[in-house]
Design a protein around this ligand. Sequence first.
Ligand SMILES: *[C@@H]1O[C@H](CO)[C@@H](O)[C@H](O)[C@H]1NC(C)=O
Ligand SMILES: *[C@@H]1O[C@H](CO)[C@@H](O)[C@H](O)[C@H]1NC(C)=O
Length: 473
Amino acid sequence: MIFLFLFFLEKKLTWERGIQKDLGLLCAGHLDPKSQLSCSTLKEWVAVESNSIQPVLHFRQELFRMMAMAADKLRRLGASVESRDLGSQQLPNGQSLPIPPIILAELGNDPKKPTVCLYGHLDVQPAQESEGWLTDPYTLTEVDGKLYGRGSVDNKGPVPAWIHAVSAFRDLEQDLPVNFKFILEGMEEAGSVALEELIKKEKDRFFSSVDYIVISDNLWLSQTKPALTYGTRGNSYCRSPVRCRDQDFHSGTFGGILNEPMADLVALLGSLVDSSGHILIPGIYDQVFRKFLFDTKEEILMHLWRYPSLSIHGIEGAFDEPGTKTVIPGQVIGKFSIRLVPHMNMSVVEKQVTNHLEDVFSKRNISHRMAASMTLGLQPWIANINDMQYLAAKRAISRVFGTEPDMMRDGSTIPIAKMIQDLIQKSVMMLPLGAVDDGERSQNEKINRWNYIEGSKLFAAFFLEIAKLHSGQ
Ligand SMILES: *[C@@H]1O[C@H](CO)[C@@H](O)[C@H](O)[C@H]1NC(C)=O
Ligand SMILES: *[C@@H]1O[C@H](CO)[C@@H](O)[C@H](O)[C@H]1NC(C)=O
């Protein structure tokens, strides 16, 4: 009894001593690094083989089970939860598979408080122990403070970390510093089927009161120093088919009297990029300031984050087996993509690519047909790092980790940030929890226990900081 009284007294006093103490209390009592409890949700979630990549009914059922578990967890947190039925997905082979629901949840609706929305996904890439995992990918296994399991960092870990942070306030019967919303999907790895449509529909309803959107689905730049991500590259995927006729030719019968599509395609692909990675398409750097140096760490990161790159991926129709087949392919398709950076206009890039290829092709004086096109276009994303939530996150990082974050961009394409930012016109921030060596999508994916616990504290601190900044607005 006395203990309980002292505990509450301390809690009350501590609370009144300000934000720093609140945080200490929240974390000491409820997000204890030694607590087994903190990892039990993650363990349960990792155990679900919620593979969205392979279009198999069993995996879809697992995805449904995964989304139901998350909905249940949020309900127990006190949130009101809607599970949106999204119908089914028609696959190219005619098969139809149900799409797992998207969860929309909210907790608190005080108009005086800011509303922070977490986006997360609970589907995973496939994983099999035989592919080189040292532990069963679907049994969260701790080795030396590292929690191994498929989805542990991408993206099953960050979602319960956020929930722990919210429930710490709940458990202490503290007023929630912000209103919470959650949007959780189960098809991210498969291209976020149905997400865009749902967000459009919910723009004036669910999202109308959202002030800030947080995504925690990438990694830090280092093993120990936290990071904030404010930009990602886009991607435009192109194909350049060169066609002579449908059938292949024998090189003994036709070699020497034919313009060969493969030779033309190799010339086209060879005209795209030089050996130092400099893209040779006229005009492509018009919107980008670029220094062609690779000497320092900064320059390497600039090439990864701030400059476009062009990669050649493959040739459809080419002979790619071992052996010495002497066929002349009648038609081949070149495939390459350009990682786009902010201020590059995708339709301008498409025009530059097709003009360039047509130009190179026409100089070869041949009668084949070539029709370059862009088959997939994903925009780059950039956020304003002076937005209030970036400031709040920086303060929270400095409270929890005692350091400034790395302000980083990501060289890969994470379309969700740009999509949400464009559709609902609110500030989007990426606040990663995982360390650089966590191995998203690869074998032995993990999240460090330390990152998981400190990350939960970071979220709690972020809520307190954004509430404080917002009220002083
Ligand atoms: C991209 O360029 C096209 C064609 O010049 C133009 O119509 C369009 O408005 C541009 N888009 C943006 C976002 O600037
Ligand atoms: C293409 O034809 C033009 C004019 O007929 C000629 O000047 C040029 O050398 C030819 N180019 C090639 C690559 O054969």
